[in-house]
Write a protein that binds this ligand. Structure first.
Ligand code: ATP
Length: 505
């Protein structure tokens, strides 16, 4: 009786072998194996989904820069889910509108709107159709329109109405066409270069912005000293950092307007003569101009000349050219502790600067983007004295207007930076002549769009403890560890059960 009952309970023991039989053991092992297998399958599946290339969804924005010399259309794009991250918006495409700037259409306002057609059609093709209706389009007009408004307000309104009407005809989300202030132009240029350089979230320094257009020029930077004039002060809070910027826009000090100013001053001194001998143009340069083409600007008073036309002759003398350009800066008065020129307050320049638009076009053409100040002057003197004939032979594909004006433009740039803004031979190296940062042009348009679309928040958005990829990896490893521990625990449990059974036997 005893034997049979012991046989039923421990049959292996009866045969003298250490064989354990647990009635509950098999289902538990099967269950655990299934859990582990499922866990591994889930982990592999998550990893595959996580790291497979995602189909990015992009958003778009369009800004038209209606400048004094021409209009450019900029298309920007950014990943839809990363709207508030620095450096995420990039320039997708740019289109230069054919012809002159919109302010040149004062006598034919309808022409201003019509001129945008080709580039706006291009924008329609570049942006996916399903995104058209939600793509904001902004037009900002700069110094050319500021001057037209000063001269003839009604004409400037007609031109703006025309471009607004034209832009509303496209399937995008029209957000307005307006003349931006010089202060906005300076500040948005500063935001653009610092956004693209990814300076805005770091405690490191920022890049000052120097912009030279056809009709105005802007200087914007974070100064080390107090800003004494309210008009030149602008404050931002971006990504949780406060910025106190100095900015000034000099209307009439773009390179086209200064050329007129300096030629006008020279013409004034030769009222009866019909020849203007100009040290800022190459020797042998000879061009017939109308007096009206020099004085057709609200930037100076018209001077009555004896003749309607004059001969513009080049002399190619850099040092005399600089003397003549200095006359357009008034440095005789300053109501503050320090000034740039024309009685405008300016703190001393500090830190690195990005110099773009015509600063870059001119200095890049002349290969003067990385010289010392003394070296730049020396090269420029040689350049200006090069005969015009040789210039045209050496640069047959360069626009003649630009080619003839490079000596003047570079001399103006040097004089503006040294005499005007007070850069010295010591900090000349801090000026970086730039066209683009990454894929995007330096200029006010990107900063303007980021601001209008609230894409740069005042406060830094809360960031998760770890990035998404890191989070998934951490969870996978952690789950694996727990499974491993479970397995170990089970094995330990099984071994102790065996020992207990042995002990019983
Ligand atoms: N490749 C080039 N070489 C020389 N000058 C150039 C070149 N391209 C453009 N420019 C000139 O540089 C100046 C600045 O051009 P930009 O387009 O920045 O000014 P804008 O927007 O027309 O002027 P503003 O901002 O004053 O209204 C203009 O006088 C323009 O004619």
């Amino acid at each position: 009786m005893n034997q049979s009952s012991s046989q039923t309970a421990f049959p292996q023991a009866e045969e003298g072998k250490v064989k354990v039989k647990n009635p509950w053991y098999r289902p538990v092992v099967i269950f655990l194996a299934a859990v582990i297998t499922m866990g591994i399958i889930i982990m592999v599946a998550i990893s595959v989904v996580q790291y497979k290339p995602l189909h990015q969804k992009y958003k778009y924005g369009i800004v038209l820069d209606a400048g004094s010399s021409h209009t450019s259309v900029f298309i920007y794009e950014w990943p839809a889910e990363k709207e508030n991250n620095t450096g995420m918006v990039r320039q997708k495409h740019t289109c230069n509108v054919k012809g002159k700037g919109i302010s040149s259409y004062s006598n034919n306002p309808k022409g201003a709107g019509a001129s945008l057609q080709e580039c706006m059609q291009e924008a329609k093709q570049k942006i996916p159709t399903h995104r058209h209706h939600e793509t904001p389009v902004y037009l900002g007009a700069t110094a050319g329109m500021r001057l037209l408004k000063m001269e003839n307000e009604e004409a400037s309104e007609n031109v703006l109405d025309s471009v607004a009407h034209s832009l509303k005809g496209y399937p995008f989300s029209y957000q307005g066409a307006r003349i931006i202030t010089g202060q906005e132009e300076g500040a948005f240029g500063w935001i653009t270069v610092n956004y693209l350089s990814e300076n805005l979230r770091k405690p490191t320094g920022t890049l000052g912005a120097l912009d030279l257009g056809g009709a105005s020029t802007q200087i914007t930077f974070v100064p080390q000293q107090e800003i004494e004039s309210h008009d030149n002060s602008i404050n931002f809070r971006l990504y949780g950092n406060d910025y106190h910027l100095y900015t000034h826009s000099f209307l009439c000090y773009g390179k086209d307007q200064v050329l007129k100013l300096s030629m006008g001053k020279k013409l004034e001194s030769t009222l009866k003569d019909d020849v203007l001998r100009d040290p800022c143009f190459h020797p042998g340069f000879n061009f017939t101009r109308t007096v009206q083409s020099v004085f057709n600007t609200p930037c100076m008073k018209e001077v009555k000349m004896a003749n309607e036309n004059f001969f513009h002759l080049g002399l190619g003398d850099w040092s005399q050219c600089q003397q003549s350009i200095r006359k357009v800066f008034n440095t005789s008065f300053c109501p503050y502790s320090r000034c740039s020129f024309n009685g405008v307050f300016q703190p001393s320049v500090d830190g690195d600067f990005g110099a773009f638009s015509a600063f870059f076009f001119v200095m890049d053409f002349l290969n003067l983007t990385s010289d010392t100040l003394a070296g730049t002057k020396q090269k420029l003197a040689t350049y200006c004295s090069t005969p015009w004939k040789k210039m045209t032979e050496n640069h047959p594909n360069t626009k003649e207007k630009y080619l003839s004006e490079y000596c003047f433009s570079a001399t103006y740039i040097l004089t503006l930076l040294e005499d005007g803004y007070k850069f010295t031979s010591d900090n000349w190296k801090d000026i970086r002549f730039i066209k683009k940062i990454g894929d995007s042009d330096a200029g006010w348009t990107l900063g303007y769009m980021l601001n209008m679309t609230n894409m740069i928040p005042a406060e830094a958005p809360d960031t998760p403890l770890m990035p998404y990829g890191g989070y998934v990896t951490f969870m996978l490893l952690f789950s694996l560890l727990i499974l491993l521990l479970l397995l170990l625990a089970y094995m330990y449990f099984r071994r102790s059960t065996r020992t207990a059974q042995k002990d019983i036997i």
